[in-house]
Write a protein that binds this ligand. Sequence first.
Ligand SMILES: NC(=O)c1ccc[n+]([C@@H]2O[C@H](COP(=O)([O-])OP(=O)(O)OC[C@H]3O[C@@H](n4cnc5c(N)ncnc54)[C@H](OP(=O)(O)O)[C@@H]3O)[C@@H](O)[C@H]2O)c1
Length: 312
Amino acid sequence: MMTAHHSPLPAPLSSLTIHRILLTGARGQLGWELRRTLACLGEVVALDSGTMNLADAAVVRQQVRDIAPTIIVNPAAYTAVDKAEREPEAAHMVNTIAPGILAEEAARLDALLVHYSTDYVFDGSGTAPWREDDACGPLNVYGTTKLEGERAIQAAGCRHLIFRTSWVYGTRGSNFLLTMRRLLRERPELKIVADQIGAPTWSRDLAEATAQVLSQLVSPARDASQAEPWGIYHMTNAGETSWHGFAEAIQALDESDEMDASVHLIPIPSSEYPTPAKRPLNSRLDNGKLERVFGLRMQDWQGALALCLGRC
Ligand SMILES: NC(=O)c1ccc[n+]([C@@H]2O[C@H](COP(=O)([O-])OP(=O)(O)OC[C@H]3O[C@@H](n4cnc5c(N)ncnc54)[C@H](OP(=O)(O)O)[C@@H]3O)[C@@H](O)[C@H]2O)c1
């Protein structure tokens, strides 16, 4: 994963460089938040699917060359997990081919690539939190294409940080929080899966943690003798719950007037909620490496949810 030819503090990450940061997927949940948090690190060139179509390999390659970034941040992805089962090629283009091209161009420019991946690279067995070097075994097309994207980045030999996260939500886009807030106003009762366990993660916390990592890397205080940090990291809010537990917390914390606190939330097993894509039961990710290498400890998911709901 590491390349030998890079110096410990490579020139493109020097604090003396004015960084040009190419941000993909700037309209997505995470991309939207990154647009703000990355702004303190340099000039952000924010692109969305209308201005950079990641399904068009040749265009992506040319645009990266034209922009010549020092840092590429890629939160864009084909994230429609169930739809990916019937559109594997579209998911493959965006989640595997495009990150590979971004990585090849990053290597060519000596730029850093920051990419995001998922708990769905794991098969969900056991109950222990997954560590970065645990064996992967995705259960669905989305997870497979994301895992292949990680491998394409590693194979390209660029400096890279891959942040695997889980159950992302925020105040915009399509996510469990916003779906629950709507359904809790519409239905007398809701059946929610209670045997998939993971960590709901606020998109803003991910964006802020990303910016903190990058600011450490460009800091003049960074010790040039420190080991190169490139590789995979798990990055989620702390703690764990089920989708049912997440829904209960949303119901308890959402104090808006139209909210009906009497809606009955019924826990069900995954087997009673069949979906085209199979989901892992154990989605716990161990964030220990992020803390050891960058000293970052993510806040717990309940605190993050409360802060996020305060902004809804
Ligand atoms: N959401 C989750 O629960 C979750 C869980 C684990 C990991 N992750 C990972 O975390 C990262 C961020 O996820 P997110 O929740 O912020 O995703 P999101 O809200 O679904 O946003 C994804 C973005 O990707 C862009 N995109 C899709 N196809 C594209 C294409 N062909 N060309 C250019 N852009 C394209 C979309 O652009 P437009 O808006 O312009 O269409 C969208 O803005 C992704 O890598 C995802 O795999 C997410």
